[in-house]
Design a protein around this ligand. Structure first.
Ligand SMILES: Cc1cc2nc3c(=O)[nH]c(=O)nc-3n(C[C@H](O)[C@H](O)[C@H](O)COP(=O)(O)O)c2cc1C
Length: 140
């Protein structure tokens, strides 16, 4: 059976909600971003909020500790700006590729930030995340 894992760097809880929705859809637990990538993970979902255009340092460090050779990686993010995650996703994708992984897709939605995006990620955002997660498995 293909082992699936989900890891998230979330300071404020927005991206955590997306991670929880993906994990629920796939019937797995969200892993500890402070730990190591499990040896048996073949498909890995990695998510982060966007902070000053970058991923959370916990995510950068997690990727740096891992050997992603032969593994497929699906990325997800939440951001304050509608397109705010694009650069960050490509930074994370580059880091994963440097560690030997193959990025198979990505998903992002808005996350509440100060007075903007109130209620996001909302139910629709989370449903889309679940559909994304299913799609990633079908692609693998
Ligand atoms: C310190 C900080 C810096 C941020 N920088 C950006 C940014 O550069 N671009 C953006 O689109 N959103 C930015 N945001 C908004 C967050 O990406 C957004 O609120 C996201 O949903 C946070 O995810 P989290 O709740 O999982 O931590 C920033 C938020 C914080 C707290």
């Amino acid at each position: 059976m293909t082992e699936i894992s989900v890891f998230v760097a979330s300071r404020g809880g927005n991206t955590q909600k997306v991670a929880d929705a993906i994990a629920e859809e796939l019937g797995v637990m969200v892993g500890d971003i402070g730990g190591l990538l499990p040896d048996d993970s073949k498909i890995i979902f990695l998510g982060s909020g966007v902070y000053g255009g970058k991923p959370g340092s916990a995510m950068t460090e997690f990727i740096g500790r891992g050997d992603f050779t032969g593994r497929k990686v699906a990325l997800f993010a939440t951001s304050g700006a509608a397109e705010g995650a694009k650069n960050m996703i490509s930074m994370v994708a580059d880091a994963v590729k440097e560690r030997g992984g193959t990025v198979i897709g990505d998903y992002h939605c808005r996350g509440k930030f100060l007075l903007t995006n109130r209620g996001h990620p909302n139910e629709e955002d989370l449903q889309k995340a679940k559909t994304f997660a299913r799609g990633m498995l079908e692609r693998s």
